[in-house]
Design a protein around this ligand. Structure first.
Ligand code: URA
Length: 212
C-alpha cells in the first residue's frame, strides 16, 4: 500500500528481492546493471497492466479465433539521462516495439535544480502513452522538469516509473503534476542534505556505469 494516492508501490516479492540486491553496497557494477534490467522488466509489467485490449481474428493451427491484442495508444518510453537508461533496457525487453525518447538533465550541485542539455523525442508524442523512467525520484525537481518539458512537446498521457522515491520528492512532483501516476519499487525514509535518498542505493548512474 502507498501513503500517496497517485503512487503505486510495486510490492511483488521478486521486485523487493531484487531491490535489496541493488541497495547492497557489495553488489558489483555488472551485477547492478543486470539486476536493474531484470527489475525494470517487472516494473514494465505493472505500469502496462491496464492497457486496453481489442480482439483480432487469427487462425491457430487448429481453428479460427478472436484473440486479444493491445489497442489504442502506442507506447513511448522516455529515459531521463543517464541513469534512466538502466531502466530503459529492461523495459524494452518487454515492449520492444516502443518508441524511445531521451531527456538530458543534470542537477546543479549547488542549487540541486535541473538544467536541460539534451532532448530527442518522437514526433507523435501526443498520440502515445508516455512512460518516463528514472531510477531515483529524489528532490522531484528533475522528474517534474522532464515531465513539464514533455507536456510542452505535446505529451498528454504520462506515467512515471522509478526504483526509489523520497517522500519529499513525491510531494514536489505531484504538486506540479497531479495527473501523472508514479510507479515505484519503494518509498524510502527521506532525502539527506546532499539530495540523496536514504537509505537508498547510492548514486544510481555511478552504480550502473562504474564511474565512482
Ligand atoms: N540520484 C541518485 O542516483 N541517488 C540518490 O539517492 C538521489 C538522486
Amino acid at each position: 500500500m502507498s501513503p500517496f494516492p497517485q503512487v503505486t508501490v510495486i510490492d511483488h516479492p521478486l521486485v523487493q528481492h531484487k531491490l535489496t540486491l541493488l541497495r547492497d553496497r557489495e553488489t558489483s557494477t555488472n551485477g547492478f546493471r543486470r539486476i536493474a534490467r531484470e527489475i525494470s522488466l517487472l516494473l514494465a509489467y505493472e505500469v502496462t497492466r491496464d492497457l486496453p485490449l481489442e480482439t483480432v481474428p487469427i487462425e491457430t493451427p487448429l481453428e479460427a479465433m478472436e484473440a486479444p491484442q493491445i489497442s489504442g495508444k502506442k507506447l513511448c518510453l522516455v529515459s531521463i539521462l543517464r541513469a534512466g537508461n538502466g531502466i530503459l533496457d529492461g523495459m524494452l525487453d518487454l515492449v520492444p516495439a516502443a518508441r524511445v525518447g531521451h531527456v538530458g538533465l543534470y542537477r546543479d550541485p549547488h542549487t540541486l535544480t535541473p538544467v536541460e542539455y539534451y532532448l530527442k523525442l518522437p514526433d507523435d508524442l501526443a498520440e502515445r502513452l508516455v512512460i518516463v523512467v528514472d531510477p531515483m525520484l529524489a528532490t522531484g525537481h528533475s522528474a517534474a522538469a522532464a515531465v513539464a518539458r514533455l507536456k510542452e512537446e505535446g505529451a498528454a498521457a504520462i506515467r512515471f516509473v522509478c526504483l526509489l522515491a523520497a517522500p519529499e520528492g513525491l510531494r514536489v512532483f505531484h504538486a506540479e503534476h497531479p495527473d501523472v501516476p508514479v510507479f515505484v519499487a519503494a518509498i524510502d525514509r527521506e532525502l539527506d542534505s546532499h539530495g540523496y535518498i536514504r537509505p537508498g542505493l547510492g548514486d544510481a548512474g555511478d552504480r550502473l556505469y562504474g564511474t565512482k
